[in-house]
Design a protein around this ligand. Structure first.
Ligand SMILES: Cc1cc2nc3c(=O)[nH]c(=O)nc-3n(C[C@H](O)[C@H](O)[C@H](O)COP(=O)(O)OP(=O)(O)OC[C@H]3O[C@@H](n4cnc5c(N)ncnc54)[C@H](O)[C@@H]3O)c2cc1C
Length: 401
């Protein structure tokens, strides 16, 4: 049997984990001194835009944020229960895939919530899942109020990488039910289609970008893995038709060192603008937002709305006393934006994604297990320094091609 760590690697190599592949620039001669390839060295059809250097320095880190992925071994909880006289439809536990699956998951939850055609719906939570569920409930014809302790950009969702990663830490292969892969595919396809609406807008809430995955040096031993590894589910092959496959770049076609350079294109969410757009869309449709904290599930039955879509994310552990939610800690060091760096890189278990609102640098030592079971939402500066240093070492070895 192939060890999960190798499977993780393989998923990255194929571009499925969304952690970012690294990319290249097999490019022709450019103006402004950009790295360029001699036109004869790389076939025209293999040429790509130039790779501009990342300024990977700690003095350019303007923030370090920490967030907990709400992971459930069996996959997200999307089911209805009755609490007193209230129908509560749960929609939580999306691991590292909450942004990516938000519209599909919201669609399933809203179907359940609208079964009795209620005129009013309450949504608990104002993160990726709550806001998308709320907008979908409006579209289904309900008057919607959102109740939440924290609103975006203060909700945890604002501290995510912002990549199309629909099966990142979404379930464990042997714990998800037999029907879950089918449900996952439906959610992923609905979401993917919906993001189409946010492409090409003025402030690029959603856009496509190149990702490069570097395996350099190719024979370096696997980094030490902390503790036992779990078999995180991989469903990406079910939706292979949606996104391009990773391609191996011809040797010398990019300024990245080593021969193992793979490139693909992926959707990214510029979360600052995308979150703002969702809030504006919800309010423009007559939505109402109220700051409120609930102590228990029974509290939800005190709301005037008798149908509630419950989207508390990691908060479900306390609110619903649901210990199936496991925290998976993730930290981001934010580098000052560099608009000319329009790609993402994955190198030595460090992921970099250039977003409009900052350059996301994240350590993933040990792959999907990194941060598993860790609920410490405190900044670890040494972790950030090591991740930035890894990228500095990479860019220090690069040369214009
Ligand atoms: C480092 C990191 C990187 C990630 N990268 C990606 C990525 O690239 N792509 C991707 O798709 N996903 C990514 N994720 C996962 C994604 O961020 C989560 O799956 C998603 O944010 C979950 O959204 P949510 O709305 O369920 O939770 P949250 O954003 O936590 O929202 C929960 C809401 O419920 C409210 N709430 C909770 N409890 C209560 C209560 N008791 N009373 C009232 N209100 C309450 C909160 O205030 C908040 O408004 C990443 C996560 C991390 C940590």
């Amino acid at each position: 049997m192939i060890p999960p760590s190798i499977l993780d690697r393989r998923r990255l190599m194929l571009g499925s984990a969304g952690l970012g592949l690294l990319g290249l620039g097999g490019c022709a001669t450019t103006s402004a001194g950009a790295p360029a390839l001699a036109p004869s060295s790389v076939p025209f059809a293999e040429q790509y835009p130039p790779i501009r250097p990342l300024h990977a320095r700690m003095d350019r880190v303007f923030d370090i944020t920490v967030c907990l992925r709400p992971f459930r071994a069996q996959g997200p909880r999307i089911e209805a229960e009755t609490v007193g006289d209230t129908l509560v439809v749960h929609n939580y536990g999306h691991g590292g895939s909450g942004w990516s699956l938000s519209w599909g998951s919201g669609t399933l939850a809203v179907r359940k919530a609208m079964a009795g055609s209620p005129r009013e719906i309450a949504v608990v939570g104002c993160g990726a899942i709550g806001l998308s569920s709320a907008i979908l409930a409006q579209e289904a014809g309900a008057r919607v109020s959102v109740y939440a302790k924290d609103l975006l950009p203060d909700a945890r969702s604002a501290r995510a990488t912002g990549s199309w990663t629909p099966d990142s830490r979404i379930a464990l292969t042997d714990k998800a039910g037999a029907q879950f892969p089918v449900q996952w595919e439906e959610m992923a396809r609905i979401s993917f289609k919906r993001f189409r609406r946010y492409l090409g807008l003025a402030d690029s809430p959603v856009e496509w970008s190149d990702r490069y995955f570097l395996s350099d040096p190719p024979n370096e031993p696997e980094p030490a893995r902390a503790g036992p590894e779990l078999d995180f589910a991989s469903y990406i092959d079910r939706i292979r038709d949606l996104t391009p496959r990773a391609e191996i770049l011809p040797a010398g076609a990019s300024p990245f060192p080593g021969a193992g350079v793979r490139r693909t294109s992926q959707m990214q969410f510029n979360v600052a603008d995308y979150g703002h757009t969702l809030m504006a869309d919800f309010l423009a449709r007559g939505g109402h937002i109220e700051h409120r904290e609930f102590q228990s599930l029974a509290d939800l039955a005190t709301l005037k709305e008798k149908v509630v879509i419950n989207c508390p994310g990691y908060g479900a552990r306390a609110l619903c006393r649901d210990e199936s939610i496991v925290p998976v800690r993730g930290q981001i060091a934010w580098l000052i934006p560099q608009p000319e760096v329009n790609y993402g890189v994955y190198y030595k278990d460090v992921s970099m994604l250039s977003r409009r609102d900052g350059i996301v640098v994240q350590a993933l030592w040990g792959g999907d297990m990194f941060g598993y079971g860790n609920d410490q939402e405190v900044v670890d500066r040494a972790e950030a320094e090591k991740a930035v240093k890894t990228l500095a070492e990479l860019y220090g070895r690069m040369k214009p091609v």
